[in-house]
Design a binder for this molecule. Structure first.
Ligand SMILES: *[C@@H]1O[C@H](CO)[C@@H](O)[C@H](O)[C@H]1NC(C)=O
Ligand SMILES: *[C@@H]1O[C@H](CO)[C@@H](O)[C@H](O)[C@H]1NC(C)=O
Ligand SMILES: *[C@@H]1O[C@H](CO)[C@@H](O)[C@H](O)[C@H]1NC(C)=O
Ligand SMILES: *[C@@H]1O[C@H](CO)[C@@H](O)[C@H](O)[C@H]1NC(C)=O
Length: 567
C-alpha cells in the first residue's frame, strides 16, 4: 500500500514538474521599445577570446599540435588556406593586450587554455612547463590589473595525438584524459581562478567536427558521430564538475560551468501549434541537447522521440542517440554552478518533413527548417542577423526550462566581412546596444544574469572562415608582421556602457554614439599612416637590399669588362 501511494505520488510530482518546466509562453515578451535603465550593482562586464584563434606560436616553446593545427595545414579546409599558425601573435603580446583590456575598463576577461600547450600529447605524464608558466603569468598579470580571469578549458583545440590514437571525442577514453587535464589546471591555477568553463560551445565541436566536417577533425559521420561526441562531452563535463566538487571546491571556493551557444528559434506563426513545436525542436536540438541532461537529467524528449523513430524507420536496432543509464543521469544532473550562454542570432523556424532517407543526418532528424526575415539587418556575414529581441526570449526560455539558473553571457557580438580596415563600426554599436538592452529587459523578467562577455577583444582567426570575418573591438592588421591593434568606434561605446552600468538616459546614450563615431575617424588616419609606414618598411627591407645587390653585381661586371679591355 505504502509503495503504491509513493508511486502515485512520484507520478504526480513528475507530471507537475513536467508542466512547470514546459510553461514557456511563446507569445509573451513582444519586442518593445528601447528600455533606459541600469544593471544591478556588481554586474560583471567583460570581453572574450580563445587560444587557437589568437595565440599563434603553434609549435613554439614545447607546444604539441592540436586538431586545428592538423586541420588547417591540410589544403582546402579553410578560406584561402589560412591558418592560426601566428594568428594575432597573442602568445607574445599578453602585456600589450592587457593594456587594451584596461582601456576597455572591463571587469573580466574570458580566455581559453590550449590543452596541447600544457600537455603536448594530451596525457599527464608529459607536461610542458613553459606552457604552464605562460598561463600562470597571464593569470597573474590580469589579477595585478584587477581583471577577473574566466577560464575555458576547451575551446576546440584537442591534442592531435588523442585524435590519432583514439578518434578524439568518438572515444570514451577522452573522459579520463580531459579530467586529468582539468585537474592539473585546478591544481596549478585554481588558487587564483574562480570561474571555470569546461567546454565552450560543445554544439559546434560535435556538429561541425563530426557531422558536417567543416571544423577539425573534419569527420563526416552523418547522423551518428555528432551524437556520440556530444554524449562523451556531456559525461566528461559531469566528471570534471564532480572532480572539482570533491577535490578542490572546499579549498578554492570557485565555480565550474559549461558554455552553450544557441541561436533563438522563433515560430513563424506563434499561434500555430505546428510552428511552435518546430521551433521548440530547433531549440531542444541545439541548447537542450546539452542543457537538458545537465539541468534535468536526460536528453530532451523530442530528441529521443524523433531520433529514435527515424532510427527505427532505417531498420536500426537501437537509436542513433545514445542513452544514459539511471546512474549516469543522476551523476550528470545538477553539474553546473552557472550556465554560460553564447548567442549571436535568431531564425524563424517551420515544420519540414524530410522524406525517408537511407542517409541519416542531425539536420533531417529535426523535421524543421530555418528562415530569416529579409527585413533583419545583416551586419556582415550571411549567417549573422541582428535580431535583439530573440535574446530576451532565449533567456526567458532558459529561466523556465532549467529552473532559473545563474547565467553568465559568455559570447555575444557581431562580425564584419569587409577586408579593408573599417574602424567606424556603427553596426556593431547598434548590435551591442540592442542585445545588451534585451538582457536588461530579461533581468526585469526575473532572469538571473550576472555577467556579460562581449565577443571578442580582437579580430582573430575565425575557424573555417579564416581571417575573412572580424569580430574584434580592436582591428588587427594581419598583413603587418607586428600584428598591430587599432581601436574601433565600438571600444568607446562599450566603455561608456560599462562605466554607466547600462543605459542611463536617451541623451547620454545618443552622445556616446556621436563621440565614438568622431574619434574613429581620427584613428582611421592613424591606421592609414601606419600602413604607409609598413609599406615604407618593406621598401627598406626588400627593395633597398635588392637594389644594392644589383648595383654591386653591375659594378663587378663592369669591372671585369674594364679589366678585359685593358689587357
Ligand atoms: C588552397 O589549396 C588548394 C590545394 O592546394 C588549392 O587548389 C587552392 O587554390 C588554394 N587556395 C588558395 C586561395 O590559395
Ligand atoms: C604561478 O604564480 C603563483 C603566484 O605568483 C606562484 O605562486 C606559482 O609558483 C606560479 N606557478 C608556476 C608554475 O609558475
Ligand atoms: C577507443 O580507443 C581504444 C584504444 O585505442 C580503441 O581500442 C577503441 O577501438 C577506440 N574506440 C573507438 C570507438 O574508436
Ligand atoms: C559536492 O561536495 C560536497 C562536499 O564534499 C558534498 O557534500 C556533495 O554531496 C557534493 N555534491 C554532489 C552532487 O556530489
Amino acid at each position: 500500500m505504502k509503495t503504491h501511494v509513493l508511486r502515485i505520488w512520484c507520478v504526480l510530482v513528475s507530471i507537475i514538474q513536467l508542466n512547470a518546466a514546459e510553461d514557456f509562453q511563446w507569445t509573451k515578451n513582444n519586442p518593445g521599445s528601447f528600455y533606459h535603465g541600469t544593471f544591478p550593482t556588481g554586474f560583471l562586464w567583460g570581453v572574450g577570446s580563445s587560444a587557437y584563434q589568437t595565440e599563434g606560436a603553434w609549435d613554439k616553446d614545447g607546444k604539441g599540435p592540436s586538431i586545428w593545427d592538423a586541420f588547417t595545414h591540410k589544403k582546402g579546409k579553410v578560406f584561402r588556406n589560412e591558418t592560426g599558425d601566428s594568428a594575432c601573435d597573442g602568445y607574445y603580446k599578453v602585456k600589450a593586450d592587457i593594456q587594451l583590456l584596461k582601456e576597455l575598463k572591463v571587469n573580466h576577461y574570458l580566455f581559453s587554455i590550449s590543452w596541447p600547450r600544457i600537455m603536448p600529447t594530451g596525457i599527464k605524464e608529459q607536461l610542458n612547463e613553459k606552457g604552464i608558466q605562460f598561463y600562470n603569468d597571464t593569470i597573474n598579470s590580469l589579477l595585478e590589473n584587477n581583471i577577473t580571469p574566466i577560464v575555458s578549458l576547451y575551446h576546440w583545440d584537442l591534442p592531435q595525438v588523442l585524435q590519432e590514437k583514439y578518434g578524439g571525442w568518438q572515444n570514451i577514453s577522452m573522459i579520463n584524459y580531459f579530467n586529468d587535464y582539468a585537474n592539473l589546471c585546478f591544481e596549478k591555477f585554481g588558487d587564483r581562478v574562480k570561474h571555470w568553463i569546461t567546454f565552450s560551445n560543445p554544439w559546434a565541436v560535435a556538429e561541425k567536427g563530426y557531422e558536417t566536417g567543416e571544423h577539425a577533425p573534419g569527420l563526416k559521420l552523418g547522423g551518428c558521430g555528432a551524437y556520440k561526441a556530444a554524449h562523451h562531452i556531456i559525461k566528461t563535463h559531469a566528471k570534471v564538475w564532480h572532480s572539482y566538487n570533491n577535490t578542490w571546491r572546499s579549498e578554492q571556493q570557485g565555480m565550474v560551468g559549461i558554455s552553450l551557444t544557441s541561436s533563438w528559434g522563433e515560430p513563424v506563426d506563434p499561434h500555430s501549434q505546428t510552428d511552435r513545436d518546430a521551433a521548440e525542436r530547433y531549440i531542444q536540438f541545439h541548447l537542450g541537447w546539452f542543457a537538458n541532461p545537465i539541468y534535468r537529467g536526460d536528453y530532451p524528449e523530442v530528441m529521443k522521440n524523433y531520433i529514435g523513430r527515424k532510427s527505427a524507420q532505417q531498420g536500426l536496432g537501437t537509436s542513433r542517440l545514445p542513452t544514459f543509464s539511471v546512474q549516469e543521469k543522476t551523476y550528470i544532473k545538477g553539474t553546473s554552478d552557472f550556465l554560460g550562454i553564447g548567442h549571436f542570432t535568431t531564425h524563424y523556424v517551420i515544420q519540414k518533413s524530410f522524406p525517408f532517407l537511407q542517409v541519416s543526418s542531425y539536420h533531417s532528424d529535426q523535421d524543421s527548417a530555418e528562415l530569416v526575415d529579409p527585413k533583419w539587418a545583416a551586419a556582415g556575414p550571411s549567417w549573422l542577423y541582428s535580431v535583439p529581441w530573440g535574446f530576451r526570449r532565449l533567456l526567458n526560455f532558459i529561466k523556465t526550462q532549467y529552473g532559473n539558473p545563474l547565467i553568465y553571457v559568455t559570447e555575444n557580438g557581431v562580425s564584419e566581412k569587409v577586408q579593408r580596415a573599417q574602424l567606424c563600426d556603427e553596426w556593431r554599436i547598434e548590435y551591442l546596444k540592442g542585445y545588451i538592452n534585451e538582457i536588461l529587459k530579461a533581468l526585469n523578467d526575473g532572469v538571473n544574469v550576472k555577467g556579460y562577455t562581449a565577443w571578442s577583444l580582437l579580430d582573430k582567426f575565425e575557424w573555417n572562415r579564416g581571417f575573412s570575418e572580424r569580430f574584434g573591438f580592436y582591428h588587427v592588421d594581419f598583413k603587418n608582421k607586428n600584428k598591430p591593434r587599432y581601436p574601433k568606434a565600438s571600444v568607446d561605446y562599450y566603455k561608456n556602457i560599462i562605466s554607466a552600468n547600462g543605459f542611463p538616459n536617451p541623451r547620454e546614450v545618443e552622445n556616446w554614439r556621436k563621440e565614438a563615431m568622431d574619434t574613429c575617424s581620427a584613428t582611421h588616419q592613424l591606421l592609414a599612416t601606419d600602413s604607409l609606414l609598413t609599406r615604407m618598411e618593406m621598401l627598406t627591407e626588400i627593395v633597398l637590399p635588392t637594389a644594392l645587390t644589383l648595383c654591386i653585381l653591375t659594378s663587378i661586371v663592369l669591372l671585369i669588362f674594364y679589366l678585359r679591355s685593358h689587357h
